[in-house]
Design a protein around this ligand. Structure first.
Ligand code: 5U1
Length: 711
C-alpha cells in the first residue's frame, strides 16, 4: 500500500493538541478564516476525489496533511466554521445509541435475475415488444457484490445516507457514510451540469478484495473475528454505531443511478429532472461522474440481446482482475422515457435485469476432514463436503490449507460451512456457520503417519505445513522424487522426462528410484512411444549414472532443504555416506553453512526407515562413487558436543584437554547447564561437578575421556 493511501485514509492519525486551537484563536481574522476554511475544504476534497475516485493522486502526502491540519486547526478554534461537508468529518464523530429509521421517498427496488442466455433473450424480447421497437439500446454495468445505499444531497451537500432495509424503510447511516472516502460530501459544481437543489443518488458500498484481505489479517493479528467475505465485511463496517470504527474500514462506494432529482428544493416533482434533463441512463452516469461520484469505468451501451451477452462474456472474463467482487452484470434500457414506459412489475423494474454469474459461494456440510499428500510430501487437510453447486461446478472437496487454518476457522466434521470457488481457484472453506454446529462436531487432528505410505509425519515448529518424511518411498511423491533423482544436476539420467516417469509409475513398473536400475529392455519396449532405440539409449543412460559422485547422490535423495551446494558441503565434510547417515543434528551443524533447520531435515530423512531401505537398495544396485578423504571431524564421536572441564586431571593440563576437544569439533564451555554433554572431572572438582550430578550430565575421568576420543 502506498504511503499516500495510508495518509489519505487516516486523517485521524493527524494529532491536534490544544495548542493548535489556541494558536489559531490568536490569529483569528473573522472573514479571512471563513474564506480560508472554505478554500481548504474545496482543496482537500479535490485531492480526495483525485485519489479515491480518479485513482490519480495530485499532491504529496505531506502537503495533503498540512492542508488537513490547517483546516482542523481552524475548526477547533472556531467550531461554528465546521460544516457537515467538511473533510474533517470523515474521521467519524460520536457513537450513536441506535440507528434511526428512514422511509425511502422512492422505494429501493430489487432487480429480477437472469441466469441464462435464454432468460436474457426473453428480457430483450419483452423490452422491444413493450416499446414497439425492433432493437433496444441498453446501458450495462457490473453488479457490485456490496450493500445498496441511498445518499440524499440538498443544495449540493450530503445530508442523509441510508441502507436499503426492506426497500421501503432503511437505517440512517449518514454518520458512517460520511467516513467513506470516495463519497462526495459536497457535489462538485461545474459549468457543464448544474447541481440540482435536491438529489437522491443510489449505489453500492463495498470493500475491495485486497483491502479485505489486509483487514482480515489485522483482525487475525488482534485475535478478533475474521469476516467470511468482502460483502460481510462491508455490511459489518457500515452497521457500526461508532463511526470511528467505520472510518478505519476500507469502504468504497459506486453510484449506479439517481432515484429522484429536483431543480428546486422540496419541489415535489412527478417528473424527475435528473439534474437538467438527461435523456438516457448513460447520461445520468456521466453527470454523476462530473459531480464527483465514482461510477463503474466498465459501463457500456450496447444493442439488443447479442450486445448484452457479449458484455456479459467480456466482464465475466475480466471479473477476477477487478479490484472488487461482482456477482453479475446489470442491464438497463438506456432511454429514460422508455424506462418510464415499461414501468414496474411487483417490486422490480421491467426495464432492468441482473444477469448473474454462477454463485461463487454456497452453503454445505462437512462430512469428513481427511488429509491429502502432495507431490512434495506436503500434507493438506481437505474437507469432504456434501455435494454443492458453486462457481459453475459441483464441489465435493475443499482445501483447508493447513492445520493452523483448520484451527483458526474452527472447522469441524458436521459443520455447515460457506464454500467458495472463485474462478479456477481450488474451492476452499471460507467460514463456518457457528449457529448450525451440531452437538459433538468432530475436531480435526493431523495424523502422525502418512496416510499414503505410513512414514512419519513431521511439522517443524516454525513451519505451517506438515510433511510426509518418506520422500523416496511414498507413492504420492514417487513421480516428483524420481524426476528429481534423474535430473541433470543429480544422477543425470538423460532421457527420463515427465511423460516417461508418468508411464513408468502409472504402470507400476517403478516404485522407488532403486527400481530404475532393475529396468530391462522388455519392460521399456511395452511403453507408449518407446522405440527400441530410445529404450536402449535410456538403459545406457541409467547404466552411466551408476558411476557418480557422493555429492550428486546426496542431492539426488531429495532431502528437504538440501540443495546442490549443501550436498557438496556434506560430501566434502563426511567423505562417505555412512558417516553422514550416522551424524546427529549437532554433528551436522559442524558442516559449514549447515544450520539447525537443514540439520533437522537430514536427521529426519535418515530416521525414516523407508528412506534408509531405498538408500540401501540403491547402493545394492551398484551406484558407486569415489569416497573422499573425510574431514578429520567427520568421524569424530564428539563433534558438536559441549564439554565442561573441572578439577585437576592426572596428566592433561586444562589447555591440552581443550585442544583435544576442539580439534575434534567439540566445544568447551565455562559452566554446566542442561545443554552440557560431558563434564570431565579431575581432583578437587568443585561446584561444577555437583551441578553435573544434579542435572544428570555424563561425568568422565581422564581415562574415560581419552577412551571417548579414541586415543
Ligand atoms: N449496478 C447496479 N446495481 N443495481 C441495483 N445498477 C443497479 N440498479 C438497480 C439496482 C437495484 O436498480 C435500478 C435499476 C432501479
Amino acid at each position: 500500500m502506498p504511503d499516500s493511501h495510508k495518509k489519505h485514509a487516516g486523517p485521524s492519525q493527524v494529532f491536534l493538541g490544544p495548542l493548535g486551537g489556541e494558536r489559531r484563536a490568536a490569529v483569528f481574522t473573522g472573514g479571512a478564516d471563513i474564506e480560508r476554511a472554505a478554500f481548504l475544504r474545496g482543496e482537500i476534497e479535490r485531492h480526495n476525489h483525485a485519489y479515491y475516485v480518479l485513482d490519480a493522486p495530485t499532491i504529496p502526502d505531506a502537503e495533503y496533511d498540512r492542508l488537513f491540519r490547517e483546516l482542523q486547526e481552524i475548526e477547533v478554534a472556531h467550531p461554528t466554521l465546521q460544516t457537515p461537508d467538511s473533510p474533517t468529518q470523515r474521521v467519524g464523530g460520536s457513537p450513536l445509541a441506535a440507528f434511526r429509521q428512514v422511509a425511502h421517498a422512492v422505494p429501493m427496488l430489487s432487480l429480477n435475475n437472469a441466469f441464462s442466455s435464454a432468460e436474457v433473450a426473453a428480457f430483450d424480447r419483452r423490452c422491444s415488444e413493450g416499446l414497439g421497437t425492433a432493437s433496444v439500446e441498453y446501458a450495462c454495468e457490473p453488479k457490485y457484490d456490496g450493500l445498496a445505499v441511498t445518499l440524499l444531497y440538498e443544495n449540493g451537500v450530503l445530508v442523509q445516507g441510508a441502507t436499503r432495509g426492506d426497500g421501503f424503510t432503511g437505517e440512517d447511516v449518514t454518520h458512517n457514510l460520511r467516513t467513506v472516502r470516495n463519497i462526495p460530501l459536497r457535489l462538485a459544481e461545474t459549468t457543464k451540469v448544474s447541481v440540482p437543489a435536491r438529489i437522491e443518488v443510489r449505489g453500492e458500498v463495498l470493500m475491495p478484495r485486497r483491502e479485505f484481505a489486509a483487514l482480515n489479517e489485522r483482525q487475525r493479528a488482534r485475535g478478533e473475528k475474521e469476516f467470511a467475505n468482502p460483502r460481510n465485511a462491508a455490511a459489518g463496517s457500515l452497521r457500526q454505531l461508532d463511526p470511528k470504527i467505520t472510518a478505519k474500514r476500507p469502504l468504497r462506494f459506486f453510484a449506479y443511478g439517481v432515484a429522484e432529482a429536483h431543480a428546486e428544493n422540496n419541489a415535489v416533482s412527478p417528473e424527475p429532472t435528473f439534474g437538467g434533463g438527461a435523456a438516457r441512463h448513460s447520461e445520468v452516469m456521466e453527470r454523476l461522474a462530473v459531480w464527483g461520484f465514482p461510477v463503474a469505468v466498465e459501463r457500456a451501451v450496447v444493442q439488443g440481446a447479442g450486445g448484452l451477452l457479449e458484455y456479459y462474456e467480456r466482464i465475466g472474463a475480466a471479473r477476477r482482475a477487478l479490484p472488487y467482487d461482482i456477482d453479475g452484470v446489470v442491464y438497463k434500457v438506456d432511454r429514460l422515457a422508455d424506462q418510464a414506459k415499461l414501468g414496474f412489475v411487483a417490486r422490480a423494474p421491467r426495464f432492468a435485469i441482473a444477469h448473474k454469474f454462477p454463485a461463487e459461494e454456497a452453503l454445505t456440510t462437512v462430512e469428513a476432514i481427511e488429509v491429502q499428500v502432495g507431490r512434495t510430501g506436503a500434507i493438506t487437510p481437505v474437507a469432504r463436503l456434501a455435494p454443492v453447486f458453486v462457481g459453475g461446478v459441483t464441489v465435493t472437496n475443499a482445501t483447508l490449507h493447513n492445520e493452523d487454518e483448520v484451527r483458526r476457522k474452527d472447522v469441524r466434521v458436521g459443520d455447515t460451512v460457506i464454500v467458495r470457488r472463485a474462478g479456477d481457484v481450488i474451492p476452499e472453506v471460507a467460514a463456518v456457520v457457528p449457529e448450525k454446529r451440531p452437538p459433538h462436531a468432530g475436531k480435526f487432528s493431523m495424523p502422525k503417519a502418512c496416510p499414503v505410505c505410513g512414514s512419519a509425519v513431521e511439522k517443524p515448529e516454525d513451519e505451517v505445513i506438515a510433511r510426509c518424511t518418506g520422500g523416496l518411498f511414498c507413492p504420492a511423491q514417487r513421480k516428483q522424487a524420481l524426476l528429481h533423482f534423474a535430473s541433470r544436476r543429480a544422477m543425470d539420467v538423460e532421457g527420463l522426462g515427465d511423460k516417461l516417469v508418468d508411464q513408468l509409475v502409472d504402470h507400476g513398473i517403478i516404485k522407488t528410484p532403486a527400481d530404475l536400475y532393475k529396468l530391462g529392455i522388455l519392460k521399456l519396449a511395452n511403453l507408449e512411444r518407446m522405440a527400441d532405440k530410445s529404450a536402449a539409449n535410456l538403459l545406457a543412460a541409467i547404466e552411466k549414472s551408476r558411476k557418480s559422485t557422493l555429492a550428486r547422490f546426496i542431492f539426488a535423495l531429495g532431502i528437504r532443504n538440501v540443495g546442490e551446494a549443501t550436498a557438496k558441503d556434506l560430501a566434502r565434510y563426511f567423505g562417505g555416506l555412512d558417516a553422514l547417515m550416522a551424524a546427529d543434528a549437532e554433528h551436522l551443524q559442524q558442516v559449514p553453512d549447515v544450520g539447525p533447520v537443514v540439520a533437522a531435515s537430514i536427521v529426519r530423512f535418515f530416521a525414516e526407515p523407508h528412506n534408509v531401505e531405498v538408500v540401501e537398495q540403491l547402493r545394492a544396485a551398484g551406484i558407486r562413487w569415489e569416497e573422499g578423504t573425510p574431514n578429520i571431524l567427520a568421524n569424530s564421536p564428539i563433534a558438536g558436543k559441549t564439554f565442561v572441564l573441572t578439577g585437576t586431571l592426572p596428566t592433561l593440563t586444562r589447555e591440552a584437554a581443550k585442544e583435544l576437544i576442539e580439534a575434534r569439533g567439540g566445544k568447551v564451555a565455562g559452566s554446566v547447564s542442561k545443554k552440557t554433554h560431558y563434564v570431565v572431572a579431575g581432583a578437587e572438582a568443585g561446584s561444577k561437578l555437583d551441578k553435573a550430578q544434579e542435572l544428570g550430565v555424563t561425568i568422565l575421568d581422564e581415562a574415560k575421556f581419552m577412551e571417548l576420543l579414541k586415543l
